[in-house]
Design a protein around this ligand. Sequence first.
Ligand code: R5P
Length: 245
Amino acid sequence: MSGNDEKRAAAEKAALLVEPGMKVGLGTGSTAALLVDALGRRWTEGLRFLAVATSEATHRQAEALGIRLATLDEEPTLDLTIDGADEIGPGLALVKGGGGALLREKLVAAASGRMVVIADASKRVATLGRFPLPIEIMPFGAETTRRRVASLLEAEAGRPVDLSLRAGKDGAPFVTDGQHWILDAALGRIADPARLAGSLKSVLGVVEHGLFVDMAEAALIGTPDGVMEETREGQARPGDSSTCA
Ligand SMILES: O=C[C@H](O)[C@H](O)[C@H](O)COP(=O)(O)O
């Protein structure tokens, strides 16, 4: 099974979690796009639900498939959010934001009764931090914020941390849907995700970061042996969508 097949299997399993009348947060990224495709097929078959997208890209995709959409302000309480991740660590702590959607993703997940993560097996890690941690910042005074973040991360890691401003296709800074910029922090290892999450939130100029701690309730992970369901407590079992509720 290729990584893409694993993503698709997880996404299709997760699409079965959506029930008639639900309010559903739709994630962003290549795995979430496979979920939206699967939900588009279920919509065509007659399933009716209401969706809130975590990015302009996902909104456009869902809209093109005819899925009914609302904004988070119109629907501030959702039943379920299904989203991808860049890394899934112990306790289902996540690194997200590789596609730059972390702020809306976190707002939508926080408004949801439950969050289910979907991914291929490569995303499961023993310790978070191999994937550079995205940190969304205000463009105004970005260099002063970068210095504050760098000194915080150096104190946390005990060494200087490579912190780069994410570039867009044209070489200019990548701009998020919220019109912010992103710093990518090459930490290598995040020993205490909850502590780092709290520290980053206190830095002036930081809008949000890609650590999602205590947010995901379950993960559906595509593997060569099928889709495994993992809970926050770490139990893994062959994924049966009915056990995810
Ligand atoms: O900003 C993007 C999101 O956090 C994605 O969910 C994450 O980057 C995973 O994306 P993919 O499914 O493409 O690996």
